[in-house]
Design a protein around this ligand. Structure first.
Ligand SMILES: *Cc1c(COP(=O)(O)O)cnc(C)c1O
Length: 384
């Protein structure tokens, strides 16, 4: 058999397996006009006219692209200003921009960990953290979700010279929040460094919107990762911490060094988004009202809500066909929610991932609730 024939057969059989397991994934063009309950634009800043204007102005002033990597000639004033603003906001000495959260996590873990390091991760951590650990060559251990006793047991058993504990701040498929105080305490007890990836908490949680680590300094959480594509409405990510950490990453994080710097227009837009987050708590407050209202209405219907008080509000439907059917029925009504199934979540834990945004109107949430109620009624009338 010719080489390319063998390759194509191998790929086709992997795809066929996806189909057989009913795990084929479709992209949908997200058209304007669909009611979107799947995105991560929690504060509506991706559509904020001031953020949009700052992006356009940034492109005119600094160029459509950075033109080079940060260490060559792509590190512009606006990047530097954004790093300073992010450091100040998170109460850290310094911050370092990355092109995406995925790359930030790969870069941090690859730069900090090696074969003498053991990395301890919450089982439900984001894929980029798991991939970063593989890339680093460190030994990886996973502890039960939000289970500090399990983490302690693994830490106590480890003889690795260097230990790093890693957790999402807000878990992206469940919406629950890591217990930062306990993680910090346990890590210190076992001489481990702690890294928190607060992709979904920044801008949303905390009195000042600075995330689930608000109130925890860099002693408690030495490595903080945040992303800019969620509540801040733009794109990219940053790592915040002490100056020595940031200097180390600039020298050693390959996903920082060997890539073109973030377009300066994005940095300019993010500076504006950050100013809005800091000065206008009303967006956060409106989002909180939506979360309470949605939960109250969903509870009244007896829907399988998760224990989440963040904008991520999963409905735990359990089996995959049911989850797909509900999502399809909502889509017919012009409502887009995430249908999340294995391997993104464990077997039997398929769910609708509903996310709320300050951009929604109360009537939008009413429409969603009506749609969910219709799914329930149709299921009762004709059980699968
Ligand atoms: C979304 C997400 C990322 C990836 O961030 P991108 O900027 O989209 O690449 C990393 N970590 C967590 C926990 C996330 O939810």
């Amino acid at each position: 058999m010719p080489v390319s024939e063998a390759w194509l057969q191998r790929l086709a059989s992997a795809r066929q397996q996806r189909v057989d397991h009913q795990r084929w994934r479709h992209r949908q063009v997200n058209t304007l006009g669909t009611l979107d309950f799947a995105g991560n634009d929690y504060l509506g800043l991706a559509h904020n006219p001031r953020v949009q204007a700052a992006q356009a102005e940034g492109a005119r002033r600094f160029g459509a692209g950075a033109g080079a990597s940060h260490l060559v000639s792509g590190h512009l004033e606006v990047h530097d200003a954004l790093e300073d603003a992010l450091a100040e906001w998170t109460g850290r000495q310094r911050a370092l921009l990355f092109s995406t959260g995925y790359m930030a996590n790969l870069g941090v873990l690859q730069a900090l960990a090696d074969s003498n390091t053991a990395i301890f991760q919450d089982r439900l951590n984001h894929a980029s953290l798991l991939d970063g650990a593989v890339l680093s060559g460190a030994r990886s251990r996973r502890f039960h979700h939000r289970d500090s006793a399990d983490l302690e047991r693994l830490l106590a058993r480890s003889s690795a010279p260097h230990k790093l504990v890693v957790s999402d701040g807000v878990f992206s498929m469940d919406g629950d929040v890591a217990d930062i105080a306990t993680l910090a305490h346990v890590s210190q007890q076992h001489n481990a460094w702690l890294m928190i990836d607060d992709a979904h908490g920044l801008g949303v949680l905390g009195a000042n919107g600075s995330g689930c680590v608000e109130g925890f300094d860099s002693q408690a959480v030495p490595i903080l990762v945040g992303t800019l594509g969620k509540a801040l409405g733009t794109a990219g990510a940053f790592v915040a911490g002490d100056a020595a950490l940031i200097e180390h990453l600039i020298q050693f994080a390959r996903s920082y060094i060997y890539t073109t710097a973030q377009p300066p227009s994005i940095a300019a837009a993010t500076l504006e988004a950050l100013a809005i987050v800091q000065r206008e708590p009303e967006h956060r407050q409106r989002l909180q009202r939506h979360i309470s209202y949605f939960r109250q209405q969903a509870q009244a219907l007896g829907l399988p809500l998760a224990d989440s008080h963040t904008p991520i509000q999963p409905l735990l439907l359990g089996n995959e066909p049911r989850t797909m059917a509900w999502a399809a029925k909502l889509a017919q009504r012009g409502i887009h929610v995430g249908a999340i199934r294995p391997p993104t979540v464990p077997n039997g834990a398929a769910r609708l991932r509903i996310t709320l945004s300050a951009r929604h109107k109360p009537e939008d949430i009413d429409r969603l609730i009506e749609g969910l109620s219709a799914c329930q009624r149709e299921e009762a009338a004709c059980p699968a």
